[in-house]
Design a protein around this ligand. Structure first.
Ligand code: MBD
Ligand code: FE
Length: 259
């Protein structure tokens, strides 16, 4: 049987692209250059990055439109989530000693349902960049268990994980995606951010990010990020550690309508 959802999405998107080609009077040379450029992106392994830069925010806005009013806002997953990150030991995510001036960071909070009940045993993946904007398991042979890991909420629905404060992330301009942003006259920075993915059986997966109030890119994200206000944190330091407190609300998966 034909997959009508697939047909509908592909037909609609291709139609909009065609309209753009006509509107801009795209030449055959430009069309060929675009194909060559996409080949380059693919060869550089930057396809996920390329698509995320332009479309992740849009998909997130669809998620937020369709979510429960009490549920926490979703944000971009970005290209660097890895599902095989291990559980964190003693609440401490591994970080590298070579960064002498890095600032310790504690991310803590609760996970609740939309009625305000704390949820124990919820698994949260947390990942963020090194102090020079790289991701464990992705860049420079940094091991996968550095700057990322899983934690579980306790009997009160609370969680805590320690890492170090990330920095604004610059899409490498050595690659084709950063080069293109530059040629378009756009900068290639994202505000510093901490990624969270919250998963629990019977609940919709929540993917979101936490930000830092003093960051100049919070309101000028190269990925046109939505940056939910409740997840932009002023500078609070406890025992020499930057503290981010996140109350995360997840909603039950939609009940399947009987046919
Ligand atoms: C990132 O680290 C990121 O989170 C997104 C959304 C895009 C590019 C790099
Ligand atoms: Fe990121």
């Amino acid at each position: 049987m034909a997959n009508n959802r697939l047909d509908q999405i592909v037909s609609t998107i291709v139609d909009k692209v065609r309209q753009g080609v006509i509107e801009e009077g795209v030449t055959f040379e430009e069309y060929r250059a675009a194909i060559g450029y996409i080949m380059k992106i693919s060869e550089a392994g930057e396809l996920p990055l390329f698509i995320d830069v332009f479309l992740n925010t849009t998909v997130v806005s669809v998620i937020n439109q369709n979510s429960h009013p009490n549920a926490s806002p979703s944000d971009m997953e970005g290209p660097y989530f890895l599902d095989d990150a291990p559980f964190v030991k003693n609440g401490k995510i591994k970080t590298m000693d070579e960064y002498k001036d890095d600032e310790p960071m504690v991310v803590r909070g609760t996970v609740k349902d939309v009625d305000g009940n704390p949820l124990p045993g919820v698994v949260i993946d947390m990942w963020s960049s090194t102090p020079d904007g790289k991701y464990g398991g992705i860049h420079d042979n940094i091991p996968v268990d550095y700057y990322r890991g899983k934690v579980k909420t306790d009997e009160n629905g609370q969680f805590e994980a320690e890492s170090t404060v990330p920095v604004p992330y610059r899409i490498p301009d050595s690659g084709p995606v950063g080069a293109m942003l530059e040629m378009m006259g756009r900068h290639s920075w994202r505000p510093a951010h901490v990624h969270l993915k919250v998963r629990h059986p019977g609940y919709r997966e929540l993917i979101t990010q936490l930000y830092f109030e003093e960051d100049e890119y919070v309101h000028s994200d190269c990925c046109e990020g939505i940056v939910p206000a409740e997840f932009v944190y002023p500078r609070i330091v406890e025992d020499g550690k930057r503290v981010l407190e996140a109350d995360l609300v997840i909603e039950p998966v939609a009940q399947q309508q009987a046919a």
